[in-house]
Design a protein around this ligand. Structure first.
Ligand SMILES: C[S@@+](CC[C@H](N)C(=O)[O-])C[C@H]1O[C@@H](n2cnc3c(N)ncnc32)[C@H](O)[C@@H]1O
Length: 401
């Protein structure tokens, strides 16, 4: 995820559909046996093959081997299928546990972009789904923590342990994939189309699109509980869709934080600075929110929907946001574009957010909204940031009772 709204392929595609199938070596006898045993549920055979590989590892002349790990992790060059995917597809939960423990990556995908979790989901093996969600969440949280550490070290000019843009093994992060645009706020060609239904960045990627209108309306409805006189805050103006919807509920106070100069200019042109109940904070939320906290402001509804930011930015936002969310009735929500290309990864990313918000004292639910996107909606947009899925999971976070 990035946290993103709009990202590239986020997943660990060890074998992509474009790979030359002949470039990867064929599976060895042991790998083929491992595939078969995982698929048929032969736990004894899986264990014995792993033991054989471990014996090879320990007899390796340089003392470090990775045969056991390779056996658990390797994917069929033709299909991209792994032992874990086959075990998941057939509901063999114990074998999944063994393979994960041996180092099989939870998030590798086959040639059709499906991971083990997708296979388990499609075949309704819920115990396996839960196991993989748990594994994925753990991995993402650990990775998130290491990214935060690396960023903190970077900020203080110490050598960083890992970079946000690289991952050396199969555990390419889902929530933390490198699909962010850290320089977006410096883009000088951010522009609206004539109909004001599309906001594009320098690369013709969509910052905001009109098809999201029904979602923004739903977010506004939930944040205000459809009542007048609330104090609301929105981070990221974009096309002003949610802000227009929030105005419909006549809030007592409506703070809008927007950092891009072009977007800010549009807000002024459209007279947002003249509205009685609106206060514009022109700047990054990272700089503006601490000022609001200092002022002692509180909000009944808070919404976060930025562009180009990293998942760790969302997490950082949450840590500040709770300081201005009214207790006990405040409601928080964000645009849920987490890992949008794959339902399983989306679920894992959402689970990570849920856990973080829970540590901050909030319960999070996800309301299902049906959405419709026409192919024509993407005209003029370099790449899609939403793929085929018609259900949007709208987050609703409230203080724990
Ligand atoms: C996806 S759009 C928001 C769309 C909006 N929800 C709507 O209904 O039209 C994201 C907006 O966040 C702004 N933005 C990006 N990073 C920001 C930051 N760090 N602080 C404040 N605004 C930011 C962008 O300039 C852009 O206007």
């Amino acid at each position: 995820m990035s946290m993103k709204r709009k990202a590239d392929g986020d997943v660990a595609m060890e074998v992509s559909p474009d790979d030359d199938q002949n470039s990867s070596p064929p599976l060895t006898k042991h790998h083929t046996q491992m595939m078969e045993a995982s698929s048929s549920g032969n736990t004894a055979q899986v264990l014995s093959l792993l033991q054989l590989a471990a014996a090879d590892d320990s007899s390796s002349s340089i003392g470090i081997g990775n045969q056991r790990h390779l056996l658990a992790a390797q994917q069929d060059p033709a299909t991209g299928l792994s032992p874990l995917m086959l075990a998941a597809q057939n509901g063999h939960v114990d074998i999944c546990k063994i393979l994960l423990e041996a180092g099989a990556p939870w998030n590798a995908v086959d040639r059709y972009g499906k991971c083990a979790g997708n296979w388990a989901q499609e075949n309704e093996h819920w115990e396996v789904v839960n196991l993989l969600v748990e594994e994925g969440t753990k991995a993402e949280l650990i990775l998130g923590a290491s990214i935060r550490l690396a960023r903190a070290q970077e900020a203080s000019n110490k050598p960083a342990a890992i970079s946000n843009n690289e991952s050396n093994d199969n555990n390419v992060p889902v929530a933390h994939a490198p699909c962010t645009k850290p320089d977006y706020l410096e883009h000088d060609n951010v522009r609206y189309n004539a109909a004001n239904t599309l906001l594009l960045d320098n690369d013709d990627d969509a910052v905001m699109m009109e098809w999201e209108r029904p979602l923004m309306m739903a977010h506004a409805q939930i944040l205000t509980s459809e009542m007048k006189g609330k104090r609301v805050m929105n981070i990221g103006f974009g096309l002003g869709i949610i802000d227009t919807a929030l105005q419909g509920y006549e809030p007592a106070l409506h703070v809008i934080c927007e950092a891009h100069p072009t977007v800010y200019k549009k807000m002024i042109e459209d007279g947002w600075d003249k509205k009685q109940n609106v206060r514009i904070c022109f700047g990054r939320w990272q700089d503006e929110l601490p000022k609001l906290i200092e002022e002692g402001l509180e909000f009944d509804g808070i919404f976060y929907d930025t562009y180009g930011e990293h998942f760790t930015d969302l997490e950082d936002f949450h840590e500040l946001m709770v300081k201005v969310l009214h207790k006990p009735d405040g409601i928080y929500s964000f645009f849920n574009g987490l890992a949008p290309d794959n339902l399983f990864f989306h679920g894992v990313a959402a689970n990570c957010v849920k856990i973080q918000l829970s540590h901050l004292g909030l319960d999070t639910e996800f309301a299902q909204c049906e959405i419709q996107i026409d192919e024509k909606d993407w005209d003029g947009v370099r790449r899609k940031y939403w793929h085929g899925r018609n259900t949007y999971y709208l987050p609703i976070a409230t203080w724990k009772k």
